[in-house]
Each structure stands twice: as C-alpha cells, then as structure tokens.
Design a protein around this ligand. Structure first.
Ligand code: SAH
Ligand code: SF4
Length: 395
C-alpha cells in the first residue's frame, strides 16, 4: 500500500516475541487433576496421538477419540462404543474429558444466555450465547481480566489474572453446546443453534495468541466441531504485530475495535493506541490475508455520547477506511456500574450510520443483547480469585 506506514520487519518480529513471552508468564496451570488424570480436551491431534503412544496404544486411537470428544460431545469414556471396554477403562484411569463448571447460568428476556464458568483453579470467566435468526453465536473469553484498560469496557477494570488455556477456551463453546443439547452436530449441515464463534468476550485474544489459535483450530477441524473459518470472528483492540499471524495461520474473520478516528481520542479511550496508532493499525488491516469484498473486516465503533459520535467523525471514519474491504458495526455503549460514559442518542447513532452507509459501507447498529443480565458487549467481568498455582487444592 503506497504511503501506508509499515512497522520495520525486524522490530515487528521482536515485538511479537515479546508479546508471546509475556503471554507465557500468565499461562494457566497444567491441565491435570489432583489424582493425576490428564485433560484430553485442548490437545492437538498430534498431541493426542502422542498420549496414546505413551500408554502403549496405537496412534489411530486418537482419531477415534477425536470423533467422540468433538463430534459426539462425549465426556464419558464408557459411551465410546467403538472402543473396547477394557480400553475404555484404561483411558478412564488416566484421562478426563472435562468441561468448565457452569456456576451460574442466566437467560435474558431476549434469549441471550450468559454462563459463568469456573476452572479447576477457581478462576472464572463469562461466556455468552446470542441467538439470532436460524443461527447463533457463542461469545467466548480468552483471558481472566485484561491488561488493556479501554475506558468504556467493564472487563478493562479487572486486572489480568491469567490467560486461559486452549482447553479452557474451546471448553466454553463445548459446555454451551451441552447446555443446548446440540451434540452430535448434523453431518454436512450447519448446526442450528450454536453455529458461530465470536472471540469477543473477556480479554484480548491476540495477547493470548497460542492458546486461542489452538482452540480455534480444534473448533475448525472438519472431523469434530467443524466450524468453518467464515463462522469465526476474532476481535482485537489492535495488537498490530500479531494480526498478520492471525490472518495467515487461522484465516478467521477479523473485527477491529476502532472506536475513534483521531489518535488523540483513541490514545485516551483505547490506550493500546499509544503503542500501535491508527495509521499502523489500518496498514495491518490492509495487509490482512483473506480480507476481500466478500469477507470484509468489521470495524467496531462504540457510540459514546458527545465523545466520538459527531457527523464530522463519521465523515473522517469514511475517509480513513477508503479502499479497505470494511463494514462498520456501531455499538451503542452498554453502561455498567460506575462507567464514565453515556450511550449516544438514537438520533446521533442514526445520523452517524447514515453518513457511513451513504459512503457505501454497511453500517448496522448492533442491537444490545442481554443487557438485563449484564451480558452485552463490554459488560463482562468476574471477581478475581487469588491465583492458585497448585491444582491439587481443587477438586
Ligand atoms: N479485547 C477484544 C475483544 C473483546 S471486547 C477487543 O477489544 O476487541 C469486544 C467488543 O466490545 C470490542 O469491540 C469492545 O470495544 C466492545 N466493548 C467494550 N466495552 C463496551 C461497552 N461498554 N459497550 C459496548 N461495547 C463495548
Ligand atoms: Fe480488553 Fe477488549 Fe475490554 Fe479493551 S475492550 S479492556 S482490549 S476486553
């Protein structure tokens, strides 16, 4: 892209290494129960095969297990009828197929369902199922808390406790499926209820890239959950050095939390902008592999009364997005206890949407879902538990 600022390639690589090293510091405890049984959810096919070889079994067992775990949704080895009874018993002695524990489930008057999931070390996250016409999205979390303190976001007021592991990330989707009884998935057909994943819950997924990527690869595997990459959308606040990798390796739909059209305002409301300013962020969007007119990048724009919602800002947004395969998602600000902003008026939202759509971009206003149960965008937050590294303390 002529004139678009590019981060120096070496600097980008160094920055990427730094981000990955930092995410390792916040890694979850090992997925092992106090009795020594190990979690099978969250392993790649290769890792699963290696586990089988380690207990003296043939690697093809991994294929059988994969089908039972991710296609049938089995959590109990005794229902795995293609595996002989003695082998079932041997597996049950050594392994588990777990789920996060749903400690609270609330269903909104609009059908949105919020789960509070608790992991073995007591840490909790929220996951939201959002039904839509003839389909539905599960909004999953990737971190307990967040290191970025976007001013309008409730999660941003909760310090990062730790990252989630791959099992904990894909486990949210699997437990949501349990809740709707949507196993096994219909062969060759899209699932009716839980058909999409949006990585828009608690945390910044590109600050926990490895585990998020592993979880999404599991979800995309055709012999299991089988969601195509077109049914998965990852939202980032703009971790520029990780965006290329996400596009090349996962190819999922990208959503970018833009929220402001000047660096001055974005520095204030999305502090990560001080590191990766708007021009760099948009350059990374222009390079994003797979971004085409058929698969546009979504720019999320939270509408804050009197802060970022003027017609002039709408026109500047259109100018910034020029030439990008983009759509704009206008999100009326969802308030939370103590939040410093007000939701834009309906008239301001409509005027903004009109300017953007007259310029040729689709600009739907996101209907707030599940506000009555604090399940709408940016309302998620859990109480931090003291980090306990010893899983033996927990059941
Ligand atoms: N950390 C990632 C993904 C999680 S946030 C990110 O920031 O993109 C998912 C979306 O909800 C983001 O676009 C975020 O900016 C938006 N959001 C956060 N707080 C909000 C609020 N109070 N009202 C409306 N949208 C909010
Ligand atoms: Fe973190 Fe996203 Fe919330 Fe910002 S908007 S604090 S990046 S979860």
């Amino acid at each position: 892209m002529p004139g678009a600022p590019q981060m120096n390639a070496e600097l980008t690589a160094a920055e990427r290494d730094r981000i990955l090293a930092k995410s390792a510091i916040f890694a979850p405890p090992p997925a092992v129960l106090p009795d020594g049984r190990r979690e099978l959810v969250g392993l790649t096919r290769e890792e699963l095969a290696a586990e089988m070889v380690a207990i003296g079994e043939k690697p093809f067992r991994a294929k059988q297990l994969w089908h039972w775990i991710y296609h049938q949704g089995a959590t109990d080895f005794s229902v795995m009828s293609s595996i002989a009874k003695p082998m079932q018993a041997k597996l049950a002695e050594r392994f588990v197929v777990g789920r996060p524990e749903a400690t609270a489930v609330q269903t909104s008057s609009d059908g949105t369902r919020k789960f509070l999931f608790r992991y073995r070390d007591g840490q909790q996250v929220e996951t939201v199922y959002i039904p839509e016409f003839e389909r539905g999205s599960v909004c999953i979390s990737t971190q307990v808390g967040c290191t970025l303190s976007c001013k309008f976001c409730h999660t941003g007021t909760q310090k990062l406790t730790r990252n989630l592991g791959a099992a904990e990330i894909v486990g949210q989707f699997m437990a949501a499926r349990d809740s709707y009884g949507e196993w096994p998935t219909p062969d060759g057909e899209a699932p009716r209820l839980l058909s999409n994943i949006v990585v828009m819950g608690m945390g910044e997924p590109l600050y926990n890239y490895e585990a998020t990527a592993k979880a999404l690869r599991i979800a995309m595997d055709g012999e299991g959950i089988g969601l195509s990459r077109r049914r998965i959308t990852l939202s980032t606040s703009g971790v520029v050095p990780m965006m290329d990798r996400c596009g090349q390796e996962l190819g999922v739909n990208l959503a970018v939390s833009l929220h402001a059209v000047t660096d001055e305002l974005r520095n204030e409301i999305v502090p990560l902008n001080r590191k990766y300013p708007i021009a760099e962020l948009l350059a990374a969007c222009r390079r994003y592999p797979g971004a085409t007119n058929a698969r546009r990048i979504t720019f999320e724009y939270v509408m804050l009364d009197g802060i970022n919602d003027s017609p002039a800002e709408a026109r500047e947004l259109v100018r910034l997005l020029y030439g990008l395969p983009a759509k704009v998602n206008l999100i009326p600000f969802n308030p939370w206890p103590g939040s410093p902003y007000k939701t834009s008026t309906g008239a301001a939202v409509n005027a903004f949407a009109d300017i953007v759509s007259e310029a040729g971009y689709s600009a739907p206003v996101r209907r707030p879902r599940g506000r009555d149960i604090q399940a709408a965008c940016g309302q998620l937050r859990t109480e931090n538990e003291r980090v306990r590294r010893v899983p033996a303390e927990e059941s």
